[in-house]
Ligand binder design. Structure first.
Ligand SMILES: NC(=O)c1ccc[n+]([C@@H]2O[C@H](COP(=O)([O-])OP(=O)(O)OC[C@H]3O[C@@H](n4cnc5c(N)ncnc54)[C@H](OP(=O)(O)O)[C@@H]3O)[C@@H](O)[C@H]2O)c1
Length: 70
């Protein structure tokens, strides 16, 4: 396999709207991993998602949810 993107796998990143999660999303994007990004703040999450898809040849899905809620 020459890149993560060559599989149909997605990497789930929680807390992708800021801090360590956002940095991890960037690191996986550099390796061409498709991502599913999760956090509560939709505006920050969407901005991160759009920037990653502009900069890297990957698919990024985002989901605004509070992981403490059932
Ligand atoms: N920074 C460090 O040097 C460091 C060192 C060791 C350990 N840690 C630990 O690593 C974790 C992350 O640290 P950080 O500095 O990256 O924190 P942060 O900047 O506050 O980022 C936390 C991320 O988690 C999301 N989040 C928080 N509560 C959530 C919830 N209920 N549901 C969904 N998403 C939620 C936040 O986004 P939304 O607000 O948009 O939901 C944000 O994207 C923390 O547990 C921290 O204690 C940090």
């Amino acid at each position: 396999m020459d890149s993560i993107q060559s599989s149909k796998a997605y990497t789930l990143i929680t807390g992708a709207s800021g801090g360590i999660g956002q940095k991890l999303a960037e690191e996986f994007a550099k390796k061409k991993a498709n991502l599913v990004c999760i956090a509560r703040r939709a505006d920050a999450l969407k901005a991160t998602t759009l920037r990653l898809m502009e900069c890297y040849p990957i698919q990024v899905l985002w989901l605004s949810i509070d992981l403490t809620e059932k």
